[in-house]
Ligand binder design. Structure first.
Ligand code: NAD
Ligand code: UGA
Length: 464
């Protein structure tokens, strides 16, 4: 029976996931550890609005469990030593060097965790892959644990996380399914049962799927690939709609009512972002290539190619519509997060659209209700297209959306934040340069209302 959990990695997955486990299982001690001292300090903040991850409802969940059976600290060794089960929830970004650069997942943080667990543990442990990993990573983890450990037994399980940011608490409280993969040996099955028992505290048994380890690892990459593929499919059609007079919102509704297709993930957009879709598909492409499966690799790579095209096309359309030059013009970007209800900006389409517009010498103002100015500049600096001084002089980040739009030639909606729908658009119109343009990258706003005010509106995939 699992009574003491350690989670290595207090990020967007480790933090919320463990908070919900602690909340639902008051008898289990949950200790979340991270090397990043600031992140841990933020998880321990007295002011719950300062938690490092913004997710609706997360503050309440943390408030109930923190200090009771939920603990955040940097004491990695101590937490490993005490635990029966260790979740590895560290980042697995795309490699930026060496073999597989730009495609393969960088597993250095995973390996470091495995080595640390092996060197510290003096009692048997269940080690659980919570991070998203290439299929067959469990084999490598098991090897490291066995060959560098102190002779204790380790059982490696795969338990990928399917939460989406912005709805993490709800996704964790009521998951469509929990997936647990383990080895088919009696020890493997025993470990699976122990983890099933944890989730069974709140998840109906029929929603807890058990498989072999490889199926579990591969299902996670595949689920993200399928979801992203739907977005790229609908975005590909959005361009065709613009040329044919069809309306992508109508097409999505029409196809989504087919119960075999379903209505979700059919919303055309400026392109998907987030830390995982691109990374996981690139990883799938890399794995396929490494097995010599060229057609399989090319098939999935097209999802990324389409997404890059959609972001570039959106920026190019702004330039074209503003009479083929945005040099010296003021453009207000509303939203910087990769989707609403999160403060996460990783791979956000806004970053790339901003970069394209800066290449055309536009002046950019950014407003996002949850993203700090320093984050915006870090994202732009990370692209390495121009110096941080240039980014700071060309981009201003403001706290007030009206200020962001005042005197602007155009507004681009980059994130589907609900609050954008409730703005006083008449007031915004009066304070803008004329003609006043809105490029709605999320098809969020009420177009007839805006056009009645006088705005010229571009929506994704609406043919005229
Ligand atoms: P993150 O970057 O937010 O968090 C990872 C944390 O791990 C960081 O705080 C980092 O400091 C810490 N860390 C790295 N190495 C460490 C070590 N050796 N010891 C202690 N701490 C260490 O990443 P994330 O978004 O939480 O993603 C984690 C994993 O979960 C990734 O594999 C990702 O693909 C997967 N995933 C993410 C999401 C999501 O919505 N973000 C959803 C499902 C799965
Ligand atoms: C995604 C998956 O939905 C989760 O199941 C998975 O656990 C997670 O990746 C992960 O592995 O990290 P997330 O990236 O947080 O979750 O958010 P999504 O809701 O999937 O949105 C991803 C991107 O697609 C966003 O930029 C969103 O705006 C965009 N999107 C989504 C669209 O453009 N159209 C849609 O119809 C849906």
């Amino acid at each position: 029976m699992i009574k003491n959990i350690c989670c290595i990695g207090a990020g967007y997955v480790g933090g919320p996931t463990m908070a919900v486990i602690a909340n639902k299982c008051p008898d289990i001690k949950v200790h979340v550890v991270d090397l990043n001292e600031q992140r841990i300090a933020d998880w321990n903040a007295d002011d719950f609005s300062k938690l490092p991850v913004y997710e609706p409802g997360l503050d309440e969940v943390v408030k109930e469990a923190r200090g009771r059976n939920l603990f955040f600290s940097t004491k990695v060794d101590e937490a490993i030593q005490e635990a029966d089960a260790i979740f590895i929830s560290v980042n697995t970004p795309t490699k930026t060097y060496g073999v597989g650069k730009g495609m393969a997942a960088d597993l250095k943080y995973i390996e470091l965790c495995a080595r640390q667990i092996a060197s510290v543990a003096t009692t048997d442990k269940i080690v659980i892959e919570k991070s998203t990993l290439p299929v067959r990573t469990a084999e490598a983890i098991q090897n490291i644990l066995k060959n560098t450990g102190n002779g204790v037994n380790f059982e490696v399980l795969s338990n990928p996380e399917f939460l989406a940011e912005g709805t993490a608490v709800n996704d964790l409280m009521k998951p469509d399914r929990v997936l647990i993969g383990g080895s088919e040996t009696p020890e493997g099955q025993k470990a699976i049962e122990a983890l099933v028992a944890v989730y069974a505290n709140w998840v109906p048994k029929e929603n807890i799927l058990t498989t072999n380890v490889w199926s579990s690892e591969l299902s996670k990459l595949t689920a993200n690939a399928f979801l992203a593929q739907r977005v790229s499919s609908v975005n590909a059609l959005s361009e065709l709609c613009e040329h044919t007079g069809a309306d992508i919102n109508e097409v999505s509704r029409a196809i989504g009512t087919d119960s075999r297709i379903g209505p979700k993930f059919l919303k055309a957009s400026v392109g998907f972002g987030g830390s995982c879709f691109q990374k996981d598909i690139l990883n799938l492409v890399y794995i396929s290539k490494s097995y010599g499966l060229t057609e399989v690799a090319d098939y999935w790579e097209q999802v990324i190619i389409m997404n890059d095209h959609q972001k570039r096309r959106f920026a190019a359309n702004i330039v074209k519509t503003l009479y083929n030059t945005v040099s010296g013009k003021e453009i207000s970007l509303l939203g910087w997060a990769f989707k609403k209800d999160t403060n996460d900006t990783r791979e956000s389409a806004a970053i790339y659209v901003c970069d394209e517009l800066l290449n055309e010498r536009a002046n950019i103002r950014v407003y996002d209700p949850k993203v700090s100015a320093s984050k915006v500049y870090t994202d732009l600096d990370y692209l390495d297209t121009r110096s941080s001084e240039e980014n700071e002089s060309l981009v201003s980040v403001v706290n007030d959306p009206y200020e962001s739009c005042k005197g602007a030639h155009a507004i681009a909606i980059m994130t589907e934040w609900d609050e954008f729908k409730t703005y006083d658009w008449q007031k915004i119109y009066e304070q803008m340069q004329k003609p006043a343009f809105i490029f709605d990258g999320r098809n969020l706003l009420d177009v007839p209302k805006l056009e009645a005010i006088g705005f010229k509106v571009y929506s994704i995939g609406i043919g005229k």
